[in-house]
Structure formats: structure tokens, C-alpha cells
Design a protein around this ligand. Structure first.
Ligand code: ATP
Length: 358
């Protein structure tokens, strides 16, 4: 078993409220990602679960038992940090074996566990080397193997891929998902990288300024963001947000455009709104039923696609387009909108108005 449940966690450092009522329920065997920008309280949340800091308020339950006042060692959790200090004078084998040696496990068990981990992380051929003879990516794998060699109640991982270059990060994302599946263990993983979160998690909790904004599957968080902030934080390029209001059967933009009012847009006429449009739900078109007139502002070729920036009033819309698209800045264009996939937020509270009505 490896369930982790935290309720109402509060923690201040002087005037900084790092955690402000954080409640999370991590099911047994989940790959649970806590996603948020720098300073959101991610590391503080992990440290609270591990019992490394005294909390101002809140409880931590592990496997259904109140562990709020348990010492860190009594919680049976393994923590993996971005900074993976290996013992420099020990071989890879000894580094991986060290947590089991510290627990005085029999040598047969240790060699079987090291072999299993090194197979899983594809580092079997490195077992006799010392850390100085490894690349950064290999060191990261060894550090992960050392953390994963035990079978604790759950693994707490604090941005363990941060020090890797982009190619290795992408590779390790796939590896970690595979390792998680084969271990069947609970992972609580914190990151500020939304791609990491969306690609690896079963469930994502989005954190901002010590408050949970939304918990859901990656698809739910991306497709049905609970508020404007989550919509803006998750997704690349970022969602475009256009000020507007409803007027009868139309949405009317502050820039003067109008669009048919989607049937799910249950907002009061005249109330200030933000229409959220993701780049992939827009296209530069000559003719379409729902369009926004704009001016081509710039093209950003990205290899497999080009992001076209279109100015609509004072806003820049990001439009994901085929890589062969051409155009000249200043040119008048129409942007077709897939309104069934659009989002609507209350401009005052930021809360989503689209989900209830769909
Ligand atoms: P990052 O992605 O940059 O690691 P984070 O989401 O993990 O950020 P935390 O490290 O949990 O954020 O910090 C949350 C807030 O608490 C920040 O404003 C941080 O400056 C503050 N904080 C964290 N630890 C301490 C500390 N020991 N003393 C003072 N302030 C702290």
C-alpha cells in the first residue's frame, strides 16, 4: 500500500505563506504530479509529506494512518532530489547498494536488487565505474536507481530531471513512466514543467501561491481548466485570452469583433468575460463560419509546425498552423475559431464558465 493524503497544510516562512490549505489525495500506485511555477510551494509540500518541516496546520495520512507527528524515518518514504550527490569513491554498484547496506540487508538480496534496478535503468554495463567516469545522464540514472532500490511506501521526487539536457529529459520522461509501471509504486513528483506533468502523470495537482487550483487527469487539466490561471499555465504556446461580453446570441469582443455565442456560454449579458482560445483550435482561413478578423503580426517556424501571431485589437492570438504557411506582417487575415473547444472565464473571478454548460 502507498496512499498519501494531506489535508489543509499551512506553512509560513516569516511573511511568506508557502502553503495555504493544501489538500491532496494520492491513490496507491499513482504517478501523482504537483505542478506549479517557482515559489508555488511544491518543495514545501513534499517536505511536509516527508516530515522534514514543522507545519502550522494540517494533517498527513499515510496508508490511512495519521502520520502528522511521525519522525521522517518512521514514515518509510524515499525522497529523490534534483541534486543527486553520489559517493565519488564508490562504484556504481556500491552507490546503488548503499541504502540496502545501511539497512543491513543480506548480500543475496542486495545483489538481486541492484541487478534488477540496473536492468530497469539500463546501467548494467556501468556497475564497476566510479561517478567521475559517468556522463550527467548516467549519473542521474544511478541516483534514481539508488533511490528506487528500496521498496518504501512511496517515492517523493523533487524535479529529478532538472539537471539534464533536453534530449535526456525527454528520454527519462519515458523511462520514468516505464519504471513507475513496472514497480507499481506510488510516485509524488513535483515539477514546474507542464510537459513533464502532462506526459507522465496519472493525476496532476496544479499549485499556485500555496493553493491548489485544480486536481485532475492531464486531459482534464488541459481540456477543462478550472480557471483562467490554470488555462494560461498549462499549454504551449499559452492560451490566448480575449476580453469580451455576451450580447443576445453573440459574443462581442472589446476589439469590436463578434462571434456566435456558444450554446454552453451561460453568462449574463454584459458581464466582463475572457474568451480562451488554444492555438490548435484556431486556423488562418479565407472563409469559415466563425472568424475573427485580424492582422498578421509574425510567424514562428518550429519545424513540425508554425505558430502564427495574429493581432486582434490589442491582443495577440497564437494560431498553430502547418509548417508551409506563408504571410507578410501587416496582412489582413481571418482566424477561424472552433467554438466547441473554446473556454470562457469570468473576467472578475477568473473562474471557468464553460464547463458547467457543456
Ligand atoms: P521551486 O520550483 O523554485 O523549487 P517551489 O514551488 O518548490 O519552487 P517552495 O520551495 O516550496 O516553492 O517555496 C514556497 C515559498 O516559500 C517561496 O516563496 C519560498 O521563497 C519560500 N520558502 C521556502 N523555504 C523557505 C525557507 N526555508 N525560508 C524562507 N522561505 C522559504
Amino acid at each position: 500500500m502507498g496512499t498519501v493524503a494531506v489535508q489543509g497544510l499551512c506553512k509560513s516562512f516569516g511573511k511568506v505563506q508557502a502553503l495555504d490549505g493544501v489538500t491532496l489525495d494520492v491513490p496507491d500506485g499513482a504517478f501523482f504530479v504537483v505542478l506549479g511555477p517557482s515559489g508555488a510551494g511544491k518543495t514545501t509540500t513534499l517536505r511536509a509529506i516527508a516530515g522534514l518541516d514543522r507545519l502550522d496546520a494540517g494533517t498527513v495520512h499515510l496508508d490511512g494512518r495519521d502520520a502528522t507527528t511521525d519522525a521522517p524515518a518512521a514514515r518509510d518514504l524515499a525522497m529523490v532530489f534534483q541534486n543527486y550527490a553520489l559517493y565519488p569513491r564508490h562504484t556504481v554498484y556500491e552507490n546503488i547498494a548503499s541504502p540496502l547496506r545501511a539497512r543491513r540487508r543480506p548480500s543475496g538480496e542486495i545483489s538481486a536488487a541492484v541487478e534488477r534496478m540496473s536492468d530497469l535503468l539500463h546501467i548494467g554495463r556501468l556497475l564497476n565505474r566510479r561517478p567521475a567516469q559517468l556522463s550527467g545522464g548516467e549519473m542521474q540514472r544511478v541516483a534514481l536507481a539508488r533511490a528506487l532500490v528500496r521498496s518504501p511506501r512511496a517515492f517523493l521526487m523533487d524535479e529529478p530531471l532538472t539537471n539534464l539536457d533536453l534530449k535526456l529529459r525527454v528520454e527519462m520522461r519515458t523511462e520514468l513512466t516505464r519504471i513507475h509501471r513496472s514497480l507499481g509504486a506510488t510516485f509524488v513528483y513535483v515539477t514546474n514543467d507542464q510537459v513533464e506533468a502532462l506526459s507522465m502523470a496519472d493525476q496532476v495537482a496544479v499549485l499556485k501561491e500555496g493553493k491548489v487550483q485544480q486536481v485532475g487527469t492531464p486531459t482534464e487539466v488541459y481540456e477543462r481548466p478550472a480557471n483562467q490561471w490554470v488555462a494560461g499555465f498549462v499549454g504551449s504556446p499559452p492560451i490566448s485570452l480575449l476580453p469580451c461580453h455576451a450580447e443576445g446570441d453573440r459574443l462581442v469582443g472589446a476589439a469590436g469583433w463578434t462571434l456566435p455565442r456558444p450554446r454552453w456560454a451561460a453568462a449574463q449579458d454584459g458581464r466582463p468575460l475572457l474568451l480562451g482560445l488554444r492555438a490548435e483550435d484556431l486556423s488562418v482561413e479565407r472563409r469559415a463560419s466563425a472568424t475573427l478578423p485580424g492582422e498578421l503580426y509574425g510567424l514562428e517556424p518550429l519545424g513540425d509546425r508554425t505558430v502564427v501571431d495574429v493581432r486582434v485589437g490589442a491582443q495577440i492570438l497564437k494560431v498553430k498552423s502547418r509548417p508551409t504557411i506563408t504571410g507578410t506582417p501587416g496582412e489582413q487575415v481571418l482566424v477561424a475559431v472552433d467554438l466547441d473547444r473554446a473556454h470562457l472565464f469570468d473576467a472578475g473571478t477568473g473562474l471557468s464558465l464553460s464547463e458547467a454548460g457543456r
